[in-house]
Design a protein around this ligand. Structure first.
Ligand SMILES: *Cc1c(COP(=O)(O)O)cnc(C)c1O
Length: 351
């Protein structure tokens, strides 16, 4: 017998990528940014008076939401912030999924969605991506017709590819429920769907500070959508979901646009180089719009690649499964980390 709700007993729980503390490790497994955040972050930390912490933070993080709204050309009432975009996802699942309100999402994709659905007792319609190139299936709209919430992860994780913008536009227009576009990696991509959040009354677009802003340790994310949707989400957010330091650090990092753009450009340059080098080694590489590459080694044995790299102190991510098991997901690191990765792969695959 258990004290828990049956839904909770049935959950495995989300397993985050490991955060090992071994020294000299090359850590390429959780899509963190290889560069530090904006130098303005340090100035805020150094200048912060701890006495201020006896007060509660601003519940709606207005100063930060105003800047986010400004960047995207929307109003403050279109924006909600969260303790990481995972917090936004939690609110969205509580709002739009239930035992009689199914979720639809892609497969493979970010595995947290499946755990959040289980918490709600919501069933999940898995839309299998085409196995050859991880593109959207042609009959997606028919498959998801009974769902109340559809999540499109663009660029997708762990595959790294994006989806045709016109296709996604059409999905937003035709789908009867909420379309949530998870844009955790959009800052590394050629385009994004942020404007759909204002064109449609049923579309929410989310962003994260964890990847492109190099602030995974801070926990900050946000979503943009119609004021009716954002209002509803406000009802079920924790009153003080963003602490005072996160609000202030987030604000200075977010408004350092030049620094952000430079770091994103560097990651994209690294992506082009490593994509080409992996192909020379006989890897099959999924064209990436994110800060990682989903690549299949010459023997199509992702697990062996993961283990061989791990023995040599390089950690990438491996996802067991019929399709995903042929690949490893490699976060793009600094050029020097990438050179060590390539040298190690040349040893393993004998080139
Ligand atoms: C990393 C990631 C998130 C979570 O981001 P946080 O802001 O760190 O919570 C959400 N969605 C996808 C697809 C991600 O890869």
């Amino acid at each position: 017998m258990s004290y828990f709700r049956p839904e909770i007993d049935a959950m495995e729980g989300y397993v985050p990528g490991e955060q090992p503390s071994m020294p000299n490790l090359i850590k390429l497994n959780t899509n963190e940014n290889p560069y530090p955040p904006s130098p303005r972050v340090k100035a805020v930390l150094m200048g912060f008076d701890p006495a201020r912490l006896r007060r509660y933070p601003k519940p709606a993080a207005d100063a930060l939401r105003i800047e986010i709204a400004k960047l995207h050309g929307v109003n403050c009432e279109n924006v909600i912030v969260g303790n990481g975009s995972d917090d936004i996802l939690t609110m969205v699942f509580r709002a739009f999924t239930a035992p009689n309100l199914p979720l639809a999402c892609l497969y493979p994709t970010y595995s947290l969605y499946f755990e959040l659905a289980k918490m709600q007792g919501a069933s999940v319609i898995r839309v299998g991506l085409n196995p050859n190139d991880f593109s959207l299936p042609g009959d997606l709209l028919e498959q998801v017709a009974s769902a109340n919430l559809l999540i499109i992860t663009r660029p997708n994780a762990p595959t790294g590819n994006s989806f045709n913008r016109d296709l996604v536009y059409n999905i937003c227009r035709e789908f009867k429920g909420i379309v949530f576009i998870d844009e955790a990696y959009a800052d590394f991509a050629d385009d994004n769907c942020m404007d759909f959040a204002t064109q449609f009354e049923n579309v929410i677009v989310s962003r994260s500070f964890s990847k492109s802003y190099a602030l995974a340790g801070l926990r900050l994310g946000y979503a943009v959508g119609h004021p009716v949707l954002i209002n509803g989400l406000f009802k079920l957010k924790d009153s003080y979901n963003l602490d005072m330091l996160t609000q202030e650090i987030g604000l200075v990092a977010f408004t350092d646009h030049a620094y952000h753009a430079d770091r994103c450009r560097e990651v994209r340059e690294t992506r082009a180089v490593i994509d080409a080098e992996l192909r020379k080694l006989g890897f099959h590489v999924v064209p990436s719009q994110a800060n990682f590459l989903f690549a299949s080694p010459p023997d199509e044995n992702g697990e062996n690649c993961f283990r061989s790299l791990r023995e040599r102190a390089i950690i990438v991510r491996y996802f067991p499964g019929e399709v995903t098991g042929r690949y490893v997901r490699i976060t793009l690191g600094t050029p020097s980390e990438m050179n060590q990765l390539l040298a190690t792969l040349r040893l393993i695959y004998g080139k």
